[in-house]
Design a binder for this molecule. Structure first.
Ligand code: SF4
Length: 279
């Protein structure tokens, strides 16, 4: 039996439907997961763009962005995420060069001096029954005509048309969160794919967000039931290849009961890992 979570992000709720056991490890037991070059790059680029929009509009130039790349790099290389990654010199150089390219590419997509941000890395919360839903919005802005627009930065390329529809399904949740938390529904949600320089735009409507509370409520009921019974079944899929918990998954010969004790050691940042191993 596990304590029922009282707050989750919409994507965490959805992750239960992909694999209940992986959900238990990450969202109920809150076990650490390994860092990856991909997530480190995402953190890095998001930080540069956040710093860029903290500057007065006329100063948001490519040369300021390159200065901010240096500032964000010194932050990220001191972070636990980077220390856990422990990249080689070549990997670190490639990460820095790749992230810098994405920041340069950003300037080909839009002119940041024309943007009026209302919030950066904005945390929004809203209650759905007994569950508090939380989300972070990369950038919320107000257009010249007074409407709200949400922008979500992606460090990868734009997805195929079929996958795009699934992605857009998720972004409508952010429209719902805005409406609940701010009392106003954004007119657009933009997914900005920095690698390919493309932007995909969703237009939330009453209809597109109406079904969300019902669906999320149904998934949350299944989560509550699993917490009460302790029955979080593994659900093998293509995601197993990148699953951080595969070594504790019975589908791969692992023992789930060992994960809580072993994962914090296996996925500790290097200094903490050696201290834990000596203990
Ligand atoms: S390896 Fe696959 S089935 Fe096992 S926990 Fe991870 S995602 Fe689920």
């Amino acid at each position: 039996m596990y304590a029922v979570p009282t707050s989750l992000s919409p994507s965490r709720v959805e992750s239960f439907t992909s694999c209940p056991l992986a959900f238990r490890f990450s969202s109920i037991e809150k076990l650490p997961e390994p860092a990856s070059i991909h997530t480190a790059k995402g953190t890095f680029v998001h930080r540069v763009l956040e710093l860029l929009f903290e500057a007065p509009a006329p100063e948001r130039t490519p040369s300021l962005a390159l200065t901010l790349v240096a500032q964000a790099w010194s932050e990220i290389t001191a972070s636990d995420e980077y220390l856990m990654l422990g990249p080689s010199t070549e990997e670190a150089e490639a990460l820095l060069a790749d992230a810098t390219r994405l920041v340069e590419k950003y300037f080909t997509i839009e002119d940041p001096t024309t943007i009026t941000p209302e919030g950066l890395e904005l945390r929004l919360e809203a209650d759905m029954g007994s569950l508090r839903l939380r989300g972070i919005i990369d950038r919320l802005e107000r257009t010249a005509s007074g409407e709200l627009v949400v922008t979500d930065y992606k460090t990868g390329r734009a997805p195929s048309a079929s996958y795009e529809q699934r992605r857009l399904g998720g972004v409508h949740f952010y429209a719902w969160l805005c409406e609940q938390a701010l009392g106003e529904r954004p007119v657009e949600i933009r997914l900005m794919y920095l690698a390919s320089g493309e932007t995909i735009t969703a237009y939330p409507s009453e209809q597109s967000i109406r079904f969300l509370p019902k669906r999320t409520g149904a998934v949350f009921q299944a989560i509550e039931k699993a917490c009460l019974t302790g029955d979080f079944r593994p659900q093998p899929s293509g995601l197993c290849g990148s699953c951080a918990f595969r070594r504790w998954c019975p589908e791969f010969g692992g023992d789930p009961s060992l994960a809580a004790a072993e994962a914090p050691v296996v996925y500790a940042v290097p200094e903490r890992r050696s201290a834990a191993e000596q203990a």
